[in-house]
Design a protein around this ligand. Structure first.
Ligand code: SGN
Ligand code: CA
Length: 534
């Protein structure tokens, strides 16, 4: 794609809007509890009503009932480290220095937790961090290195590393609750609770394992997608069929695989774990399914384990909400629930994320702030992870000290979810990692349509046709690319113009920014895991 010349560099970084919202007037600054799950997708949250008949998530649903749910919440780059860096900085990947999974967050970069801390908040972070350098801006922190482990994880903190026994979802919540009880209660607080679940390889806690053993989940209509009319999707490496491993992903274990897959578990944990799958694994071995039946079997096992991990997250969200109630903090606390990106639960035959298609482009986003956000509201506003930093700064009554791409959501929160007239009409997406056979691409999503441009053709067919256009109202599952359909010619033209405008607005004109490595070489004292120990 030819990118238009830079029109005006100065106008490309939007200065943050600092109007003080009526929400804040005559109020003290609220506490903030920020839940951040890993790969927990909207389809798995019953409050999202996405059509799949999945089990209820009562505690997340409680948050939605008591607060506001965002129906059109998206990330800008559907992969962990980049999405997290955007949340912290309010900037899209190409401007915050983290474009792919190997990126590192510059400890000197301004972030909203840092600003809150220096303005008098007490701040804490527990769980998955995944930005390689030591977290800065927190009075207390204990995080996993990289992805962390489901069982008996190592926690890295200011005093070094310790191994904690149990399941990571419970442990992260325990750490957060302990801090909540012992914090400096003179100050408003900001507590970030970042669970590892339900990331691959979907290991539920012993409390949840086997929870859905007898349940048969409805298959998504596109489980056996043939990718017809789509540009690149057929060349994926995230298929339940071809790429999901029976042992390490699905716990079809045997003596050889046990040792590796369950190496972190203590003998008692391991026994309980193996027992949970024993009968089903035996039945599989006695009569192994093949072909489509095997895909179906894998899909069911995947769903049971993924959703059991979700149940653990949901229960732990509930523990925190109950504790806020018990400590009489709920009334004066903004609770945010979100995840770094969405995930495929069998749609298009996939697991994982990365594509600009709906399931992974969406980020769940629910906010509760009693007395400030009307209970039970749902907003259709097009929001993105670039908006979190300006929102949370404004919630804390702060003026921004750096330019961000996002816009504060306060007018939407105080306006019962109504979309202001001057709100954005399209969100911007750019993916630049290299995993799971997903090529680099850019996208623009309006309420009605989505346009995707693939900038990394891998064969002659991909070279020839690089555009996908979807009519989101008629084809919400994105099965029919209408980019070459004459009936959509004017929409295609308008969407291309939108994409160009956003590229200009965000100054994302460097087509090779993706080759950027991990950035500067940080000295060991700034790294979570010093280089020699890796
Ligand atoms: C691991 C997973 C991938 C996943 C990436 C990124 N493989 O490499 O499936 O896409 O993390 O996930 S695994 O076999 O190690 O589970 S992310 O959430 O960090 O972006
Ligand atoms: Ca993730």
């Amino acid at each position: 794609m030819r990118i238009p010349p830079l029109l005006c560099l100065a106008s490309c970084l939007l200065l943050m809007d600092v109007r003080v919202s009526p929400l804040l007037q005559a109020n003290e600054r609220p506490n903030i509890v920020f839940f951040f799950s890993d790969d927990l997708t909207t389809q798995a949250i019953s409050a999202y009503h996405t059509g799949l008949e999945l089990p209820p998530t009562p505690h997340l649903d409680r948050l939605a009932r008591e607060g506001m749910l965002f129906e059109n919440s998206f990330c800008g780059n559907s992969i962990c480290t980049p999405s997290r860096a955007t949340v912290m900085t309010g900037l899209h990947s190409h401007k915050n220095g983290i474009v792919n999974l190997s990126g590192m967050l510059d400890p000197e970069r301004p972030t909203w937790p840092k600003a809150l801390q220096s303005s008098g908040y007490t701040t804490a972070l527990f769980g998955k961090w995944h930005m390689k350098t030591k977290p800065t801006g927190f009075d207390a922190w204990e995080v996993f290195s990289g992805q962390g482990h489901y069982y008996n994880p190592d926690l890295y903190g200011p005093k070094g590393v310790r191994r904690m026994e149990g399941h990571s979802t419970d442990i992260v919540t325990d750490l957060a609750l302990d801090w909540l009880e012992s914090r400096d209660a003179e100050k408003p607080f900001c507590l970030m609770i970042q669970h590892k679940a339900p990331h691959r390889n979907w290991k539920p806690s012993l409390k949840d394992i086997g929870r859905y053993q007898d349940r048969v989940f409805a298959e998504p209509a596109s489980l056996f997608d043939d990718y017809e009319s789509r540009v690149s999707a057929a060349n994926h490496k995230m298929g339940i069929d071809q790429h999901m491993n029976l042992a390490s992903d699905l716990m079809l274990l045997n003596e050889a695989s046990d040792a590796k897959v369950l190496s972190r578990l203590h003998p008692a944990q391991k026994r309980a774990y193996l027992q949970a799958f024993e009968a089903e694994n035996k039945a599989f071995r006695e009569n192994p399914p093949v072909g489509k039946d095997l895909v179906r079997w894998k899909y069911q096992r995947y769903m049971r384990n993924y959703l059991s991990c979700v149940a653990g997250v949901d229960r732990n969200v509930g523990r925190v909400l109950d504790r806020l109630d018990a400590l009489q903090l709920s009334e004066h606390t903004l609770v945010i629930y979100c995840a770094d990106q969405g995930f495929y639960l069998g749609e298009h035959g996939w697991f994982d994320k990365r594509w600009a298609y709906e399931e992974s482009l969406k980020m769940p986003l629910i906010m509760r702030w009693p007395g400030k956000i009307k209970a039970g509201t749902r907003s259709q506003a097009l929001v993105q992870n670039i908006d979190y930093a300006p929102t949370l700064l404004e919630v804390a009554g702060l003026k921004p000290q750096w330019s961000v791409h996002g816009t504060s959501l306060l007018p939407i929160l105080s306006g019962e979810g109504m979309v202001p007239d001057d709100w954005r009409k399209a969100i911007y997406y750019r993916y630049m990692d290299a995993g799971h056979g997903v090529p680099r691409h850019r996208a623009v999503r309006t309420l009605g349509h989505k346009l995707i441009y693939f900038d990394q053709p891998r064969n002659a067919a991909e070279e020839e046709n690089r555009w996908e256009l979807f009519d989101m109202a008629r084809d919400p599952q994105e099965m029919r690319n209408v980019a070459t359909d004459q009936a959509y010619a004017s929409i295609l033209k308008a969407m291309k113009a939108q994409l160009r405008d956003l590229i200009t607005l965000y100054d994302d004109t460097d087509e090779s920014v993706w080759v950027r490595g991990p950035g500067r070489v940080y000295p060991n004292e700034l790294l979570l895991r010093p280089r020699r120990q890796r």
